[in-house]
Structures are given as structure tokens and as C-alpha cells.
Design a protein. Sequence first.
Lengths: 156, 724
Amino acid sequence: MINLKFNVNGKDVEITVDDSLRLLDILRDELGLTGTKEGCGIGECGACTVIMNGEAVNSCMILAEQVQNAKVETVENLEKNEVLSKLQDAFLDNGAIQCGFCTTGMLMSSKALLDKNPTPSEEEIKTALEGNLCRCTGYVPILNSVKDAVKKYLHK
Amino acid sequence: MKSIRKIDAIPKLNGSWKFLDDYSYKGMIHGQLLYSTCHHGIIKQIHFPDGYDLSEFTMVSAADIPGENIVPEPVCDQPYMADKEVFHFGQVIMGIAHPNRKLLREFISNTSIEYEELPAITDIKECLDNEKNAFGRELTIDHRTGKKPDPNWVHHHKIYYTPHQEQAYLEPQGMIAVWQPKDKIMFVRATCQCPFFVKEGVEAIMGDTIKEAVIETSEGIGGAFGGKEDFPNLLAGITSLLSYKSGKPVKIVLDRSDDIQITTKRHPARIEIETWTDPKTKKIMKIDIDYRLDAGAYQTLSPVVLARGVLHAISGYSIPDAFIRGRLFHSNTPSNGAFRGFGAPQAFAAMEAHIDNIASDLKMNPYKFRKINLFKIGDEFPTTQPILEDHLSNCLERVIDKSNYSKKLKEFKEWNKTHKDKKGIGISIGYHGGGYTGNGEKVLNSEVKVVIEKDAIVKIYVSNTDMGQGAHTTLAQMFFEAIDHPREKCRIQLPNTSKTPNSGPTVASRTIYIIGNLLRKFAFKIKDELGFENLEGYVASNQNEFPREFRMNFVQDPSVVFDDENYVGVAYKDYSWAACVTEIYYHADTYQIELTKSWSVMDIGKVVNQKIATGQAEGGVLQGLAYGLCEFFYKPGYGRMHGFTDYALPTTMDLPEIDVEFIHNDSPIAKGLGEIPMDFPAPSVRNAFHNATGIFINEYPLVPERIYSYMQRATDRHRQTQTV
Ligand code: FES
Ligand code: FES
């Protein structure tokens, strides 16, 4: 067992968990944040992407001890007071959501990119989302959404 | 053609929409499948690892089944769990459950099974090349004239192979069963396409021990593409049995590697085509097609895939003398099943390649050769079904025009003269018959239900699921737009077999085409019956009539008369049509094809929701291109493919520019959309590669290893001719 202190979506959390748990299990099973999905469990699909200390990470590949003192952000933090973030809005406008299983991971990878680089090029967007698989959309509307969000950020 | 926002979009964006694994029940334990790692053999003994308290586990095997150990399918030949003999890698032997999922996983991975190994067929060619492996009913479409081919006609005889394809829905297969002993009800929460199939599956395995199985889907179904058509029946059966035996709710979510290794895939095919073409008129005069599918170890639903395969095998060409023979072949690999396209992508992959082979031999432009042979109004399918529209030809003209095909053909030819890398451009066409084949829709007799509440809320009840294709949004839209009812006053019930009537499975591009058009008709019928102009006003002034329930069944058009025995008649009332042009850049040093741009023009009839339809089409086109380019299993069933690192799904980095356009959308009827985008793109990649390099590859996909070996052969041949 391991005693963990970290911050999730702006809230401090203290919790004792089995040290073999992954960040994904802690979020989903211990904290009830099921917006983060498991598509493969071995770092291949990106459905479990969250932002940890400013970086997009596959939460299925992060072990409990690595979470100590970390700052974690999940999809549940994007919508504030029932207002969607600009990025979510752009996904909505572009019809970027089909089955939705990849969507939350896509949002977090995109957010991590835009947080660091608010004006990415098309290539930079593609590279940032390379680890996020989507079988439904063919990626077209997802890439358009990120491009749109960039425009929205610029005009805020 | 409005783009009404998807009803589930916001909860999917904020993470609150629940997928199967997001549900949990009090006292729930976890289940997992123990499956065969032997391709064919007799189970000698199962060794469980030491150090575990076996009393903590719930285990079920064939011996525990109170009902029948046969999964209900079009052909009932597959057991839920193997008894003594296993017939393929991945065949389920036991279901095992435990409160701790991690411990259960360890326990199962340390369990070993001893087999007496028997001979097995696991290679696609070993299966399909050998006539002895044929099993099940043979289908033939016989439209022969009995005349001998004219000796002046040019004869082409080629064999084409297509691989397995993985559906790769992002949400793995999963099931939760909750046994309710008081009412003798087995409640099942499923991520599936066909709740009523799952119901049958659970009731078959549980027999008289239960009164009824009630199936409700999860809110979110994370993609399916056919993969959640029949496998869920088996999974639900075993999960239910575990819940029954343990007395607890049981959840099974497959690990990705298990999911890839044991669930159904697209059938590999071997399609042998012989044609005779008149060199003067450039018309194909006679064709003979031998269409074979590797069904895997059991037939299950393969005969239905075979039917669609033979019905699409001739592609879009009028050939006066045609014979098509379709057969299933047996191998020791997991049963293959439904995958978007359902036998048609294999057919087009072969025939569209064959067309380019002939055109090249006749030194003809592949577009012009297609144009000469394409269906025209008044022609017939080999089943004698008349061709009533020339929309296929319209699609082809439009895509040739918008892609600048003719100009590029010349430009690339010039460019290629001075470059080691090559550019190429290729065409393909396709179509898809909407709904169940032949008399299928008559037999299904789909029913829909609508309840109008006192506050004029309309609630729609159908058993068709929304697995990401936006079906629920589009279905509701078809109803409320017909009677001009406000969108916010329209709801759709989550499919549940005790609440929603059986409107059939979510397959065969039938949801919008059959159920959507039915709902539209239904809306008009209710309007007529009640005689209102405005539903809200009517409900307000006639409060005592509400809530009120309405039901309606689908009635097949009388023109659909199909002889299932002889394969004669009208197989599908309406077809969606498509044509595609794909441009590639071939990297000579790495033997790699880079897709640069792909244009698709489709006729899906009325486009109900532009955004949803475009999204469906783009996603399907990429699946189709990847089928031609990179997706396959090296060794099916060997466990070679464990995950997405092995199985090359396209990522954002592989994405070409994709352009899709719908034509003829002023049509009154919305036709099938789900499958058509997957049917046709693959051969355009292959034909573009041929255009770039002059090399014919008659096997899919065109991965660098394969290209390399064909290139080597071509160079060797070249050398030989020089030495001679
Ligand atoms: S679940 Fe973590 S990358 Fe797939
Ligand atoms: S929307 Fe289904 S996987 Fe992306």
C-alpha cells in the first residue's frame, strides 16, 4: 500500500492505495472520474490521456508512486459551471465526436498542446495527437476542431 | 439536410456519458475468459496455479450450462465453451470470476492447459487454396448464356487475396450480468449492436433456469463496426452463467490483446476471376467468379456474409454472361464475423483490381474502360434485378472531374520518367444494397413505437443502438422534421429489450434506411390520424387523449421478390453508389506508399444530417484505405497481433487529405450510409500503385514487405529477359 498526496483538477487528494495501481485505476476506481477511458492498458491508444504536471500522459502507464505530489488534470475539469471550454466547443461545432470513446483523451492531448503552444502548426497538431487513436472519425473533424480552437483562443 | 447537433455530444465531451466499464453494481465481481492457446486439439488437463484459494473463484465450463451449448446464429454450430475438443486458438474453455480483477488476471495467465494436438489449418492460403476445406451451403448466381466464348475475345484469369481486418472499436468488448433470482430475470448491460440477439444468446445458454433475459445497452457504445454484432451473444451467455452461479453481478471487459486475438474479424477472401473481353468494343462479354471466404472454425453468420459477397461480386459492370459461385472454407482460426461492408469490400477489392488488369492489358485508360462497361439503366444485375438509375455513373463522372484525374494521369506519367520515387492515381467504384438481403426485412418485420406525452414530449422506442454513428440523433431528426416538432421535445429511449420493440439489429446499413424512413412515414401517419397541423397545439387542446402510444411495422416494398434458393430476383430495393480516386506517392527506397489525397463521391440518397453523414463517410473511407494499405494479421490466431502496436491502425500521421461529397441528395429517401464508405477505397490504393509503378499486386494490403517481394520478382524477370 502507498499513501499518496496529489492534486486532481485543482483539489488536493490524500489516499492510500495498493501500490500496483495505475493512475488510470486511481482516477476511475478510487476517485470515480470515469471520463478517462481504458482502450488498451498498454500505452497504445491514448484513450486514457490526462495531463500530469503540464504534460499529456497515458494514465495507464503511470504507476501510483509516480503520482506523488503531482498535479493531474482530467476531462472532468474542462467544463466550468456547465460552460464548455473553447476546445470542447470546437469539437462540438466540427462534429468531432462519434462514439466518444477516444474523445476525452483527444481533448486532453489537445489541451496539453495548446497550453504549451497556443498557435501550433498543422504538423504540430498531428504530432501531438499521433498517440491518440480514433477508429470512427478518420481524424478529419478532430484536427479541424483543434485548428478552430486555436482561432478561438486567438480571438478571445 | 440540417446538421442537428448530436444528442449525446455534450456528455461525451465532459466525460459523463457512461460506457460499459463505467457501470458498477453492488457486490459486483470480475470475470475473464480462459481460452485455448492450441489451434486444434483435445483438452487433456487444466492446471490451475498453486497458492490461490480456489473457493474464492467462480468457474463455469460447458458442463455447467443448463440450456444449450450452442450460440444462436444463422448457422448454429458454435459452442459457448469448448467441451473436450478445441477447434481454434482463442476458443473459450471456461469463464472464471473473482472479486479482484488483478488477481484474476494473474491466476488465468498462470493457468496452463495440456492438449493432445491435432492437425490444424491456420494460414489463409492453406485454407482457401484447398477445395477440401469447403464447407456449408454453396451459393451460385447463374446468369450464363450457355454460349462458348468467341476465340477473339481476350481472356484474363487472376486470383486475388484479401486479409483479415480487425474492427478495432476503441472500447473493448464488455458485458455485465446481474442475476435477479426473485424474478428469475437475467439483466444484462451490454455494449452491442443487437440487443435482441444478445437476449436470444442469454436465453439459449440459461435454458429454463431463467424466466427472461432483459438486455439494456450502455449509454455509450465505443464503436462496433460489425464487431459487436454476434460476439456479444457468446460473451453475454458466459457472463450470465457466471452471475447465476456466483449469485453476484459479474462484469467482463476484455483486455485489448484478448479482444484482438479471440473475437470475430473480417473474412479473408480468395477471389478467382476469369473474364473474356471483346478487344474491338472493349466490352467484357463473359465472367466467371469463384468467391471464397475463410469462415474460421465455425460457420456462424458467415453464410450471410457470403450472400452479400456474391451479390456484390461483379462490381458495377454489365456483363451479359455471368456465373458466380460462393463458398465458405474452414480453418482453425476464430470464426470470422461481421465487419462494415460484410463481404462487399472483398468483392470490390478483387473486381476493381481485375478491371485495371484488363484495362492495362488492352492499353486503355482505366476510367474509359470502366465507362464502357458500367451499368446503364435497363441493364441487369446477374440476379436479373433491373438497374433503375445511373447514379453510379454520375458518381464516377463527378469524382473524375473533381480530382482532375485525366490531367494528373498525364502529369504523373511525365514526372515518373525522371524520378526514382513515383506518383500514381487510381480509381475504384462500389455500391451497397441497403438493409437485409432478399426477403430478410420481410422476415424481420421490424416494429417501432412512439409515445406522445401530455406535455407533447415525443419518445421514440427502437432497439437500434447508437455506437457512434449518430443513429439516435438522426432517427429522432427524421421523425421531428417530418412533422415540424421542436427538437427539444423529442427523446429516444436507450435500447432495452423489455421497453423497446424489436426494430431489428443495428447492422446492414439498415438503421436510417429501414428504421429512419419508417419513423418518417410513421410521423406523417400519426399526423394524418390525429389530423393536426401543430402537434403541441393539438396535445394542449386534447389533453385527455394523452399520453398515447403508437406502433408501426415495416412493410417491404412489393418489388422486392427474391428467390433465396436460386439467387434470382431483387436482392435489395435500394443501392447506395460510390466512386473514388486516390492519389499516392511511392517512396522507392522504403517501398512505402504514402496516401496523399483521396476523393469519394457517394449517392446515399437524402442526406438527413450533413455533419453526421460526412463524419461517417470520412471515417469509413480511412478504414477502407487502410484495408488496402496496411491493416492485416501476420499469422491469424497465432497471437502475433497483441495490440495496436502490432496491428497497424492509421494515426493522424498517416492521414491523407480526404474529400467526400454526396450527390443526388435531393432524393426523397435516405439510403444506406454505414457500410458504403468502407466498400470501395482499398482497390483505389492498389490501382494507384499500379499506375505509379506498372506493377500489379493482386494481394492486399500493399505493405512494404509485399511490395518489396513483388519488386524483386519484377527485377528478376527483367534480368532474365535481358540475359536471354
Ligand atoms: S488505455 Fe492507456 S494508452 Fe490505451
Ligand atoms: S470517436 Fe470513436 S474512436 Fe474516436
